[in-house]
Every structure is written in C-alpha cells, then in structure tokens.
Design a protein around this ligand. Sequence first.
Ligand SMILES: [Zn+2]
Length: 357
Amino acid sequence: MTALQTYLAALAPGIDIVAGCAGMSEDQLCAAGAPNKTARTLLTLADALFAPTSFSRLQRQAVNAARERAHPLPTLEVIERYAARAKTKRDAWRLRVELCRTAADTDEMEKLARKKLRELNPPTPPRPGVRIRRRKDAPWTLAITGPSSLIADLESSLDEDAPLDSVAALFSPSGAAPATRPTITTNAIITLDELDRIIDGDGEEITIQLTDGARLTGAELVSRTLAERGLITLVHPYEGAVNLYRTERMASEKQRLMAAAENPVCPWPACNYPADKCQVHHLQAWRHGGETNMSNLATCCPYHNGVNDDDPNAPPVRGRLVRRRGRVVWQPPWADTAASPSSPNEPVQPTPPDPPH
Ligand SMILES: [Zn+2]
C-alpha cells in the first residue's frame, strides 16, 4: 500500500481512532507522533464521545452508530463542530446521535448538520432600527433594518452604479441640499509650546509669554499661526484647552466645542464615540464640588458618562476619567489613586515632561 492508501484506509474507522485517544494528554499524543492540531482535534472528539457524562445512554448510542456507519474521522469532526454549538447538552447529544446514525459523506453531513443545528437554534429576527458601526481607521457602516416595504423603497431609489452618491442624495434631496445639510465648522487646534506661560487667562483673552520672552495675546498668536480657519482652540500641553477663537460669529456652546476639540472622541480606551454626540462630562462631579470650567470638562459618551466612578471616596468599580498632565485619560479602578492628582481642579503647575525612558 502507498502512504496515501494507508492514510485514507486509516481514516475510515474514525470512532476507533478516537477511542484510542481516550484518557491521553495532548503531550502524550504529540509524543506518539500526532501534529499539535491533530492531537487537539482528536482530544476534542475523545472528550465528547468517551469522557464520563450524565447523558451516558445517548453517548453510547452515538458511539455505536458511528461505529456501525464507519464514519471516517473528518465526518466525526463535522458532527462534533455542529453539536458543540447546540444551546443545551441534551440538544447536543440528540444531534450527535441523529447525525451519527445518518449515512452521509463528509460534505452531505456538513449540510445536514447545519440544517439540524438551525432547527435547534433558530436565528433571532433582527430588531428594526438604524445602527452605526464606527471604525478607527476604516470606513463606517450605517445599517438600516425595517419593514421590507421601506427597505425595498429605499433600495429602489439607489443608483446601482453610484450607490453611495445616491444615499447621500436621499438624505439631502436635491434643491434642499444646501439648506438642510448641517454646516461643518472647522475647529483647528494649536498646541502651545510646553514652556510657554499663560500669564492671564481669566478674561475673554489670554496672554502668553513665549520662550523667547515675547508676549502675545492668544488672538495674535492665532493670527500669526493660521490664516482663516473658522474656529481655533488653543490647547496647552499640561493645562488642556485654554481658549477658543473664532473667525466667524458663534453664539454659544463654546465650552462644548473646546472639549470636543481636545477630545474628538470619547476618551475611554477603545471607545470611538464621536464628540459631536458626546455629553460634556465633569471630571470632578458637580455634586462633589466640580466646577464648570475647561480644566474640569471632557467629552464623554453617554454610556461611559454613566459608568464613570464619580464619587472619589467610593470604592472604584469601572475607573474614571481624570486630567493628568493636561490630558484627559481613563484611570483604571486598580490604579494607585494616591499617586495621581485627586482633584482635577487643583492648579496644575506646568512641569517638565518625564525624561525619555
Ligand atoms: Zn465612551
């Protein structure tokens, strides 16, 4: 017999191979010559079909049927892969027995197992609504789930050749487009040099002493640095956002816009919730004496605003947002709170950065 014939012949009595592995460890199987992946597959099958279970009667039926039908190893793998996804152990065993009793090759078994599992775990109908998936460095997805008539109507108004353009047109019908589209205002950010000193930041204007000794108002610095850009927020590396300038009239929401400029998405790790939909969060909670000034404010999504550990004296549960060296960061519940500024309202002295490690 060629090696191929030997291999194929050996696959056939799959259940006997599995029985032979019962009670062995992965190391033992590997030492006996099995590649890691084969060892794991065999042990998964041995565990299901030969380890003690409270469904011993069904287990016996499955093993006997598998032997009678002489299912090769790959077919047993298919059966186990689907049986393991049943919601209850009883369902899993009934599925194993039924599939083992069926005469089917591996491909047919795959189809049958998928069908039977779907009968056991019927898919839950999708909930109507509009869901958005925001990805950090990839395009976003807007998924609309609703009555078939609505979705069919929407679909029929799309141009097959330019679906994205026609979606954009649907949301702002021609003629009304300029009036209904939200105006986008640029908010540029200038980070001050870390040694620049903010001499007076109380009023509408701040004065900055530059490291070359010159004094400039924030507006002068802005006009020197940038041409007309709409909104410009000055952010100090340690103190955070310090003032907002505008080259066009802006009625309100100055603090919200500044907070959004400083943190364009929710500052909790891996949360990508956009600032425009965020709430303005008090780092030191209002009821614990936190004030509504820029150094105490941060954008935060509604979810994380809700789970933030607001009470600094209560045992930490989910962690909280704090301003550390001017930046809003998430302080994990296991952090050594004594080592960090306990009150974000404490005046933060501009300190030199850590030396490079
Ligand atoms: Zn968040």
